[in-house]
Design a protein around this ligand. Sequence first.
Ligand SMILES: Nc1ncnc2c1ncn2[C@@H]1O[C@H](COP(=O)(O)OP(=O)(O)OP(=O)(O)O)[C@@H](O)[C@H]1O
Ligand SMILES: [Mg+2]
Length: 249
Amino acid sequence: MLQIKNLHAGVEDKDILKGINLEVKPGEIHAIMGPNGSGKSTLSSVIAGNENFEVTQGSVSFEGEDILKLGPDERAHKGVFLSFQYPVEIPGVSVTNFIKTAINETRKAKGLKDMPASEMLKMIKEKADLLEIDRKFLSRSLNEGFSGGEKKRNEIFQMAMLEPKLAILDETDSGLDIDALKIVANGVNKLKSKDNAVILITHYQRLLDYIIPDFVHVIIDGKIVKSGTKELAHELEEKGYDWIKEELV
Ligand SMILES: Nc1ncnc2c1ncn2[C@@H]1O[C@H](COP(=O)(O)OP(=O)(O)OP(=O)(O)O)[C@@H](O)[C@H]1O
Ligand SMILES: [Mg+2]
């Protein structure tokens, strides 16, 4: 599904990603961990097509297609979803209206007509029930005054509605409390299928007790320096990152 080869990227003259290799297959959950500033968010931004970063080497292909030449909207239309670490507030636009627009944009890109209102309503109801989201929440203005947990809920709702093939969830700075952690975990587990994949960026081993990853990767200084299974996350929780850095010397 996603194939990243020797990816180098950065801003202006600063290299941030220094040769990332990663393959994600349908049905897999990959957790990405690593110290602050190691390049985790940059990697997700580059996959999603954030134009603030310049790719200097390497390739990223999604379902066999080179996506580096595509803009962020086109990537989203192909089924790449990135949760925002710092979501924007849009006063006057409800959670529901925002998602309606996003869905219809995607349909338009595929040459389809708008989703009929009745179908949209049915889907909203289904997904809100699945994720135990209160109807009142859906009519609130997007992210305006949302708590950390509510932002997560909205993010997971967006993911549920858009049904992406690849979801990248960057949890880094969200200050997830135990409830938000469960919202994310429940959402991911309920939406998981053999056809979609998830990249989960997290500092917390605890999240991985709820969402069992197939692979755990450690990024240090712009490179994946170690990959393993969920036991690796436990080891990191216990020992920190220094032992890996020492191994590298
Ligand atoms: N737009 C930018 N301009 C300059 N430097 C940047 C920019 N974006 C990221 N960086 C730098 O690139 C490095 C990697 O940042 P990134 O946000 O990818 O780290 P991270 O692994 O997500 O960290 P955290 O765990 O704190 O979220 C940092 O040193 C950061 O300061
Ligand atoms: Mg980050």
